[in-house]
Design a protein around this ligand. Structure first.
Ligand code: SF4
Length: 458
């Protein structure tokens, strides 16, 4: 009901965010940390923060998300969180026995100015960290950036803490994925495997937040990159970072710290971007493209051609995270659709805006940052109504109010299942996304068709 009061007239805002299209940095940091095997994410702040981070991830993945907290109280807010963190490390290693604890900061610990490097050094000096165990940390102040920034910061911290150049280059490729679903990580590994490439990937949340139900509770699920793999990445022959917003900092660090040749590509969403990935792998790793991938590509092209009449000229509006938005924009353009609006709550800089305009054309309305919120998105839609929205669960209110079909993409998705198990990346993921888009248009056509135009065959 409240949405009906969103004014159609757009006004530039510089400080106010209304109904943000993002969540907080530690959520992304926690998600990244879950992609390391036997790693426990730890939120250095109040219990309420940690409860929120965990619940955001639990609701999206419908899996229990293990994480601990420094449990700040009023006293901690005044005197700092050192005592709490030292006590936490002791308790966690004693009770839960992880191999790695990945500490992220919160708004409160950042505002107090807790120096995590100093606190963790003290923990080492005081023998609070058992032999063979590691405590890593990332600064994730949530009063700036978003969950994508937190993910990027934790990923860079992984490189900082673990990657080592021993001087002996190995044959492996290191892959650093942006904030994507575990199903998408699996799909990228499927492409690498099909091409016969030796690789290591981190973080890797497949089989961690989408593991099978087998009746056994595992505090640390079977998936995730190992500590040894993180270390070996410093000796990789080559590294590929997929999605600049989530991976650029880590890729640059791997390059400068370990002298690994790195390249940053866009996420392989749709034909063009997946072709770019496959072609880069072919050239840099000296392999050929197998028949299996050509068939997958051909199937996607086949459906695109068969059903192009349902896609061509359709108007679409997108909201979400920058790396996924670039991929989705390219996907929609490749399918002959017109992209009207692209909005992100994550500050992504002018490069992102230029890239979207390059793909979608100069007429596209694009905004990224705190004012790229759902209120603004709703205003844009009122001025130029699309045929389809691609965005997360929070878009459902706008979609219902304006009677526009919504396909859930990105993070978070709280009201549908499947995203953790079925990808949108690669050729197979592209086919799934295409089918979802076609279903939305065909369902709408059936719903609105006059009786004499209600067709059996479409
Ligand atoms: S206080 Fe900051 S870190 Fe904690 S939940 Fe809120 S935005 Fe996130």
């Amino acid at each position: 009901m409240l949405l009906r009061h969103t004014p159609k007239t757009l006004a530039e805002r510089s400080a106010l965010t209304i109904n943000p299209a993002k969540t907080c940095q530690p959520v992304g940091a926690m998600y990244a940390a879950l992609g390391i095997h036997r790693c426990l994410p730890h939120s250095h702040g109040s219990q309420g923060c940690c409860a929120y981070h965990r619940s955001a991830l639990t609701r999206h993945y419908t899996e229990p998300i293990m994480a601990s907290t420094s449990s700040f109280t009023e006293g901690t807010s005044v005197f700092g969180g050192q005592a709490n963190l030292l006590e936490s490390l002791n308790t966690i290693f004693t009770l839960y026995n992880p191999d790695i604890i990945a500490v992220n900061t919160t708004c409160l610990s950042e505002t107090i100015g807790d120096d995590l490097a100093q606190i963790i050094n003290k923990a080492v000096t005081d023998h609070k960290i058992p032999p063979g165990k590691t405590v890593m940390y990332a600064s994730t102040p949530s009063f700036k950036g978003s969950h994508v920034t937190g993910y990027a910061n934790m990923l860079a911290a992984m490189v900082q803490h673990f990657a080592v150049n021993t001087g002996k280059r190995n044959r492996a490729l290191t892959v650093l994925p942006s904030f994507i679903e575990p199903s998408d990580m699996t799909e990228i590994k499927h492409i690498l495997g099909a091409m016969g490439i030796a690789y290591l990937m981190y973080p890797d949340t497949s089989n961690v937040v989408n593991g099978p139900m087998d009746g056994t509770f595992r505090m640390y699920p079977q998936g995730g990159a190992t500590k040894e793999q993180l270390q070996e990445s410093g000796d990789s022959r080559y590294a590929l970072a997929l999605g600049p917003s989530g991976t650029l900092a880590a890729a640059q660090l791997l390059d400068t710290k370990c002298k690994v040749r790195t390249e940053v590509l866009e996420l392989p969403i749709g034909i063009s971007a997946t072709d770019a990935l496959v072609d880069t792998l072919r050239k840099t790793m000296g392999v050929t493209v197998p028949e299996k991938l050509l068939i997958e590509r051909g199937q996607l092209v086949d459906v695109l051609c068969d059903k192009n009449q349902y896609l061509y000229g359709k108007k679409v509006s997108l909201i979400g995270d920058p790396d996924i938005l670039i991929g989705l924009t390219q996907f929609c353009k490749d399918a002959g659709m017109e992209v009207l609006h692209v909005v992100s709550g994550t500050p992504a800089g002018t490069k992102f805006i230029k890239r979207i305009q390059e793909i979608a054309g100069p007429a596209v309305a694009v905004k990224a940052g705190p004012q790229g919120d759902l209120f603004y998105f709703h205003q844009l839609l009122q001025n130029h109504t699309p045929d389809l929205i691609l965005g997360n669960t929070y878009c459902k209110y706008i979609a219902r109010d304006m009677d526009i079909p919504l396909i859930r993409t990105g993070f978070p998705i709280y009201d549908r299942v499947g995203h953790s198990y079925f990808p949108i990346t690669g050729y197979r993921g592209g086919l799934r996304l295409l089918v979802k888009i076609l279903d939305a248009f065909m369902d709408r056509q059936d719903r609105d068709a006059a009786e004499e135009e209600f067709e059996l065959v479409m």
